[in-house]
Design a protein around this ligand. Structure first.
Ligand SMILES: [Zn+2]
Length: 286
Protein backbone atom coordinates (compact mmCIF):
# COMPACT_ATOMS: atom_id res chain seq x y z
CA UNK A 1 0.00 0.00 0.00
CA UNK A 2 1.35 3.42 -0.89
CA UNK A 3 2.12 5.33 2.29
CA UNK A 4 3.22 8.88 3.04
CA UNK A 5 6.56 8.73 1.12
CA UNK A 6 5.12 7.10 -2.02
CA UNK A 7 2.07 9.35 -2.18
CA UNK A 8 4.35 12.36 -1.65
CA UNK A 9 6.51 11.15 -4.54
CA UNK A 10 3.51 10.56 -6.82
CA UNK A 11 2.26 14.07 -6.04
CA UNK A 12 5.72 15.52 -6.73
CA UNK A 13 5.81 13.68 -10.04
CA UNK A 14 2.41 15.09 -11.00
CA UNK A 15 3.53 18.60 -10.03
CA UNK A 16 6.44 18.20 -12.40
CA UNK A 17 4.58 16.57 -15.30
CA UNK A 18 0.91 17.54 -15.14
CA UNK A 19 0.60 20.92 -13.45
CA UNK A 20 -0.05 23.64 -16.02
CA UNK A 21 -1.59 21.25 -18.53
CA UNK A 22 -5.27 21.32 -19.48
CA UNK A 23 -7.54 18.32 -19.01
CA UNK A 24 -9.05 16.86 -22.17
CA UNK A 25 -11.18 14.37 -20.31
CA UNK A 26 -11.47 12.61 -16.98
CA UNK A 27 -12.82 9.08 -17.39
CA UNK A 28 -14.21 6.97 -14.58
CA UNK A 29 -13.47 3.46 -15.82
CA UNK A 30 -14.33 1.56 -12.64
CA UNK A 31 -17.72 3.04 -11.82
CA UNK A 32 -17.70 1.74 -8.24
CA UNK A 33 -14.41 3.57 -7.49
CA UNK A 34 -16.07 7.00 -7.70
CA UNK A 35 -17.71 7.78 -4.37
CA UNK A 36 -19.20 11.16 -5.28
CA UNK A 37 -21.67 12.38 -7.94
CA UNK A 38 -21.35 16.16 -7.77
CA UNK A 39 -19.40 17.70 -9.46
CA UNK A 40 -19.63 15.20 -12.34
CA UNK A 41 -16.46 13.93 -14.10
CA UNK A 42 -17.40 15.99 -17.19
CA UNK A 43 -16.93 19.19 -15.14
CA UNK A 44 -13.15 18.59 -15.09
CA UNK A 45 -12.73 18.79 -18.90
CA UNK A 46 -11.14 22.07 -19.97
CA UNK A 47 -9.75 22.88 -16.52
CA UNK A 48 -6.03 23.33 -15.87
CA UNK A 49 -4.19 21.07 -13.43
CA UNK A 50 -3.20 23.58 -10.77
CA UNK A 51 -1.69 21.43 -8.06
CA UNK A 52 -0.97 18.01 -6.63
CA UNK A 53 -0.43 17.10 -3.01
CA UNK A 54 -1.49 14.70 -0.31
CA UNK A 55 -3.46 14.44 2.92
CA UNK A 56 -1.95 11.57 4.87
CA UNK A 57 -2.10 8.69 2.38
CA UNK A 58 -4.71 10.40 0.17
CA UNK A 59 -3.55 11.85 -3.15
CA UNK A 60 -5.08 15.21 -4.11
CA UNK A 61 -5.02 16.60 -7.67
CA UNK A 62 -6.47 20.08 -8.11
CA UNK A 63 -8.19 21.26 -11.28
CA UNK A 64 -8.73 24.98 -11.77
CA UNK A 65 -9.30 26.29 -8.31
CA UNK A 66 -12.62 24.56 -8.14
CA UNK A 67 -12.40 20.75 -8.27
CA UNK A 68 -10.20 18.23 -6.49
CA UNK A 69 -9.71 14.59 -7.42
CA UNK A 70 -8.91 12.95 -4.09
CA UNK A 71 -7.92 9.29 -4.18
CA UNK A 72 -7.19 6.65 -1.59
CA UNK A 73 -5.13 4.05 -3.42
CA UNK A 74 -5.86 1.27 -0.90
CA UNK A 75 -3.70 -1.83 -0.79
CA UNK A 76 -3.11 -2.50 -4.48
CA UNK A 77 -3.69 0.91 -6.01
CA UNK A 78 -1.14 2.94 -7.94
CA UNK A 79 -0.69 5.85 -10.32
CA UNK A 80 0.74 5.29 -13.78
CA UNK A 81 1.85 8.25 -15.81
CA UNK A 82 1.51 7.77 -19.59
CA UNK A 83 3.49 9.82 -22.10
CA UNK A 84 0.82 8.83 -24.62
CA UNK A 85 -2.35 6.73 -24.59
CA UNK A 86 -2.76 3.98 -27.20
CA UNK A 87 -6.26 5.12 -28.23
CA UNK A 88 -8.22 8.34 -28.07
CA UNK A 89 -11.59 6.69 -27.56
CA UNK A 90 -12.85 6.52 -23.99
CA UNK A 91 -12.23 3.25 -22.16
CA UNK A 92 -15.23 1.02 -21.66
CA UNK A 93 -16.07 0.41 -18.01
CA UNK A 94 -14.89 -3.06 -17.21
CA UNK A 95 -12.94 -5.41 -15.02
CA UNK A 96 -9.42 -4.22 -15.86
CA UNK A 97 -6.99 -2.58 -13.46
CA UNK A 98 -7.69 1.01 -14.60
CA UNK A 99 -10.08 2.86 -12.27
CA UNK A 100 -9.65 6.47 -13.39
CA UNK A 101 -7.99 7.92 -16.50
CA UNK A 102 -7.05 11.58 -16.86
CA UNK A 103 -6.11 12.69 -20.38
CA UNK A 104 -4.21 15.94 -20.79
CA UNK A 105 -3.94 18.31 -23.75
CA UNK A 106 -0.44 17.19 -24.78
CA UNK A 107 -1.56 13.56 -25.21
CA UNK A 108 -0.04 12.46 -21.90
CA UNK A 109 -1.93 11.78 -18.70
CA UNK A 110 -2.27 9.33 -15.87
CA UNK A 111 -4.23 6.31 -14.74
CA UNK A 112 -5.18 5.38 -11.22
CA UNK A 113 -5.03 1.60 -11.23
CA UNK A 114 -5.81 -1.22 -8.86
CA UNK A 115 -4.48 -4.76 -9.19
CA UNK A 116 -6.41 -7.85 -8.12
CA UNK A 117 -10.09 -8.65 -7.90
CA UNK A 118 -10.84 -7.04 -4.54
CA UNK A 119 -11.52 -3.42 -5.45
CA UNK A 120 -11.14 -0.88 -2.70
CA UNK A 121 -9.56 2.13 -4.45
CA UNK A 122 -11.73 5.13 -3.67
CA UNK A 123 -11.88 8.32 -5.76
CA UNK A 124 -13.74 11.49 -4.88
CA UNK A 125 -14.48 14.56 -7.01
CA UNK A 126 -15.07 17.37 -4.54
CA UNK A 127 -14.87 21.15 -4.28
CA UNK A 128 -13.03 20.91 -0.97
CA UNK A 129 -10.86 17.93 0.12
CA UNK A 130 -12.42 18.18 3.60
CA UNK A 131 -15.64 16.84 2.05
CA UNK A 132 -13.93 13.43 1.90
CA UNK A 133 -14.81 11.68 5.19
CA UNK A 134 -11.41 9.95 5.49
CA UNK A 135 -9.62 13.27 4.98
CA UNK A 136 -11.67 15.25 7.48
CA UNK A 137 -10.98 12.63 10.16
CA UNK A 138 -7.18 12.63 9.67
CA UNK A 139 -4.93 13.51 12.56
CA UNK A 140 -1.95 15.83 12.01
CA UNK A 141 0.57 14.71 9.39
CA UNK A 142 3.31 12.46 10.77
CA UNK A 143 5.99 14.74 9.32
CA UNK A 144 4.39 17.93 10.60
CA UNK A 145 4.27 17.20 14.35
CA UNK A 146 6.85 18.11 16.97
CA UNK A 147 7.80 15.82 19.88
CA UNK A 148 5.25 17.39 22.19
CA UNK A 149 2.32 16.92 19.79
CA UNK A 150 3.56 13.45 18.83
CA UNK A 151 3.64 12.38 22.50
CA UNK A 152 0.20 13.83 23.16
CA UNK A 153 -1.32 12.12 20.10
CA UNK A 154 0.24 8.71 20.68
CA UNK A 155 -0.55 8.57 24.39
CA UNK A 156 -4.13 9.78 23.83
CA UNK A 157 -5.03 6.27 22.70
CA UNK A 158 -4.38 3.25 24.93
CA UNK A 159 -3.32 0.27 22.90
CA UNK A 160 -0.50 -1.55 21.16
CA UNK A 161 1.88 0.93 19.59
CA UNK A 162 1.70 -0.77 16.17
CA UNK A 163 -2.04 -0.13 15.99
CA UNK A 164 -1.87 3.41 17.37
CA UNK A 165 0.93 4.49 14.99
CA UNK A 166 -1.06 3.30 11.97
CA UNK A 167 -4.34 4.85 13.13
CA UNK A 168 -4.86 7.71 10.65
CA UNK A 169 -6.95 9.66 13.15
CA UNK A 170 -3.99 9.76 15.56
CA UNK A 171 -1.29 10.60 12.98
CA UNK A 172 -1.76 10.77 9.22
CA UNK A 173 0.47 8.96 6.76
CA UNK A 174 1.97 5.93 8.53
CA UNK A 175 0.92 2.48 7.32
CA UNK A 176 1.86 -1.15 7.85
CA UNK A 177 5.25 -1.09 6.11
CA UNK A 178 6.86 2.01 7.58
CA UNK A 179 5.47 1.36 11.07
CA UNK A 180 7.44 -1.93 11.07
CA UNK A 181 10.53 0.04 10.08
CA UNK A 182 9.94 2.81 12.65
CA UNK A 183 9.47 0.32 15.51
CA UNK A 184 12.63 -1.54 14.49
CA UNK A 185 14.71 1.65 14.44
CA UNK A 186 13.21 2.70 17.80
CA UNK A 187 13.93 -0.80 19.22
CA UNK A 188 10.38 -1.13 20.51
CA UNK A 189 8.06 -4.12 20.51
CA UNK A 190 5.12 -3.64 18.14
CA UNK A 191 2.91 -4.84 21.00
CA UNK A 192 4.26 -2.33 23.56
CA UNK A 193 1.36 -0.48 25.20
CA UNK A 194 1.24 3.26 24.61
CA UNK A 195 0.36 4.09 28.21
CA UNK A 196 3.46 2.21 29.43
CA UNK A 197 5.97 4.02 27.20
CA UNK A 198 8.54 6.13 29.04
CA UNK A 199 9.42 9.67 27.88
CA UNK A 200 12.76 8.26 26.71
CA UNK A 201 11.01 5.59 24.60
CA UNK A 202 8.59 8.15 23.16
CA UNK A 203 11.52 10.38 22.24
CA UNK A 204 13.23 7.45 20.49
CA UNK A 205 10.01 6.60 18.66
CA UNK A 206 9.58 10.20 17.49
CA UNK A 207 13.16 10.38 16.21
CA UNK A 208 12.76 7.00 14.46
CA UNK A 209 9.53 8.14 12.80
CA UNK A 210 11.13 11.32 11.48
CA UNK A 211 14.23 9.50 10.28
CA UNK A 212 12.39 6.63 8.53
CA UNK A 213 9.75 8.79 6.85
CA UNK A 214 12.14 11.58 5.84
CA UNK A 215 14.63 9.09 4.43
CA UNK A 216 11.90 7.33 2.45
CA UNK A 217 10.57 10.64 1.09
CA UNK A 218 14.10 11.63 0.02
CA UNK A 219 14.64 8.32 -1.75
CA UNK A 220 11.17 8.33 -3.36
CA UNK A 221 10.74 11.87 -4.62
CA UNK A 222 12.32 12.22 -8.03
CA UNK A 223 11.77 8.56 -8.87
CA UNK A 224 9.50 7.83 -11.77
CA UNK A 225 6.18 6.41 -10.60
CA UNK A 226 7.09 3.09 -12.23
CA UNK A 227 10.29 2.75 -10.20
CA UNK A 228 8.88 3.71 -6.83
CA UNK A 229 7.73 0.29 -5.67
CA UNK A 230 11.20 -1.22 -6.09
CA UNK A 231 12.76 1.74 -4.34
CA UNK A 232 10.37 1.32 -1.41
CA UNK A 233 11.12 -2.37 -1.03
CA UNK A 234 14.90 -2.03 -1.27
CA UNK A 235 15.03 0.27 1.77
CA UNK A 236 13.34 -2.08 4.24
CA UNK A 237 15.16 -3.53 7.25
CA UNK A 238 12.43 -5.81 8.61
CA UNK A 239 9.20 -5.22 6.69
CA UNK A 240 8.44 -8.01 4.20
CA UNK A 241 11.75 -9.67 5.17
CA UNK A 242 10.51 -12.64 7.22
CA UNK A 243 13.26 -15.28 7.58
CA UNK A 244 16.04 -12.95 6.42
CA UNK A 245 18.77 -11.63 8.74
CA UNK A 246 18.25 -8.36 10.59
CA UNK A 247 20.75 -5.87 9.09
CA UNK A 248 21.54 -4.54 12.57
CA UNK A 249 22.14 -7.70 14.65
CA UNK A 250 21.86 -10.67 12.27
CA UNK A 251 18.96 -12.32 14.12
CA UNK A 252 16.21 -13.77 11.93
CA UNK A 253 13.37 -11.39 11.13
CA UNK A 254 10.07 -12.86 12.36
CA UNK A 255 6.47 -12.39 11.46
CA UNK A 256 3.32 -12.34 13.57
CA UNK A 257 -0.28 -11.72 12.58
CA UNK A 258 -1.69 -8.32 13.38
CA UNK A 259 -5.21 -7.04 12.69
CA UNK A 260 -6.05 -8.19 9.15
CA UNK A 261 -2.43 -8.44 8.06
CA UNK A 262 0.96 -9.42 9.50
CA UNK A 263 3.88 -7.49 10.88
CA UNK A 264 7.61 -8.17 10.84
CA UNK A 265 10.13 -7.46 13.59
CA UNK A 266 13.52 -8.50 14.96
CA UNK A 267 13.35 -10.29 18.35
CA UNK A 268 16.89 -9.32 19.42
CA UNK A 269 16.46 -5.62 18.54
CA UNK A 270 12.86 -5.23 19.67
CA UNK A 271 11.52 -7.82 22.10
CA UNK A 272 14.45 -8.82 24.31
CA UNK A 273 15.10 -11.88 22.11
CA UNK A 274 11.66 -13.37 22.77
CA UNK A 275 9.47 -14.16 19.76
CA UNK A 276 5.98 -12.66 20.00
CA UNK A 277 3.10 -15.11 20.36
CA UNK A 278 0.94 -15.35 17.29
CA UNK A 279 -2.55 -15.10 18.71
CA UNK A 280 -4.23 -16.30 15.57
CA UNK A 281 -2.04 -19.40 15.53
CA UNK A 282 -2.31 -20.15 19.25
CA UNK A 283 -6.08 -19.95 18.96
CA UNK A 284 -6.05 -22.63 16.30
CA UNK A 285 -3.65 -24.86 18.27
CA UNK A 286 -5.70 -24.65 21.43
ZN1 LIG B 1 18.06 -7.06 14.97
Amino acid sequence: MPELPEVEALAAYLRERAVGRTVDRLEIVAISALKTYDPPPTAVAGLTVTGAGRHGKFLDVEFGSEIHLVAHLARAGWLHYRDAFPATTPLKPGKGPIAVRVRLDDGSGFDLTEAGTKKSLAAYLVRDPAEVPGVSRLGPDALAVDLETFTARVTSRRGQIKGVLTDQEILAGIGNAYSDEILHVAKLSPFALTNKLTPEQLGRLFEAMRAVETDAVTRSVGQRAAELKGEKRSGFRVHARTGLPCPVCGDTVREVSFADTSLQYCPTCQTGGKPLADRRLSRIVR
